[in-house]
Design a protein. Structure first.
Lengths: 113, 116
């Protein structure tokens, strides 16, 4: 069974700090990796995706992928109270499973002023 | 990315009844999916809505309980049949969007279903 595990939360960081969110996956054939942000009562919002080993930066967000270790992370620099949300890691196997996402359980992030 | 709408946004239904949820996209998309998010839980894929053919269901989900239609490349429906309180969840449709050879998946606003 394909599994996606996220670091247990909740995670609390002060405003301006770096928030680090981690995710591991069990299916070594996984090809696509996504981070979604979900505010309470809202649907998930795609904030980052990564396909290749290494780092991908977009504004204050950096996604890091290490396929050998089956590990993907999301760094949020200069965290703001508006970043407080649940962050969901999602993995797609590709091939015939392309597009089907397996989600982790989510990590609740709180950024306090 | 595509703009996705869902109807209804929320509903309260009696057990034993059925509810059909609509998902509309403003652009033609190849892949559409239906997910469920139970209270306090993460998202679970119900099925892939295939245009012109029967939906592909994930383990634990069956067509009799969750019939799906996909009449064209911009629209899909999910019916939750013979509902019980355990079906109380948020139901989300998603679409896969290709951008310069990379595939991203976006979610609709969701339908919050409460079964009493």
């Amino acid at each position: 069974q394909k599994e996606v595990e996220q670091n247990s939360g909740p995670l609390s960081v002060p405003e301006g700090a770096i928030a680090s969110l981690n995710c591991t996956y069990s299916d070594r054939g996984s090809q696509s990796f996504f981070w979604y942000r979900q505010y309470s009562g809202k649907s998930p919002e795609l904030i980052m995706f990564i396909y290749s080993n290494g780092d991908k930066e977009d504004g204050r967000f950096t996604a890091q992928l290490n396929k050998a270790s089956q590990y993907v992370s999301l760094l949020i620099r200069d965290s703001q109270p508006s970043d407080s949300a649940t962050y969901l890691c999602a993995v797609s196997a590709g091939g015939t499973s392309y597009g089907k996402l397996t989600f982790g359980q989510g990590t609740i992030l709180t950024v306090h002023p | 990315s595509a703009v996705i709408s869902q109807k209804p946004s929320r509903d309260i239904c009696q057990r034993g009844t059925s509810l059909t949820i609509q998902c509309q996209v403003d652009s033609q998309v190849t892949m559409m999916f239906w997910y469920r998010q139970q209270p306090g839980q993460s998202l679970t894929l119900i099925a892939t809505a295939n245009q012109g053919s029967e939906a592909t269901y994930e383990s634990g989900f069956v067509i009799d309980k969750f019939p799906i239609s996909r009449p064209n490349l911009t629209f899909s429906t999910l019916t939750v049949s013979n509902m019980s309180p355990e079906d109380s969840s948020i139901y989300l449709c998603s679409v896969e969007w290709a951008d310069r050879g990379l595939y991203e998946q976006y979610f609709g606003p969701g339908t919050r279903l409460t079964v009493t």
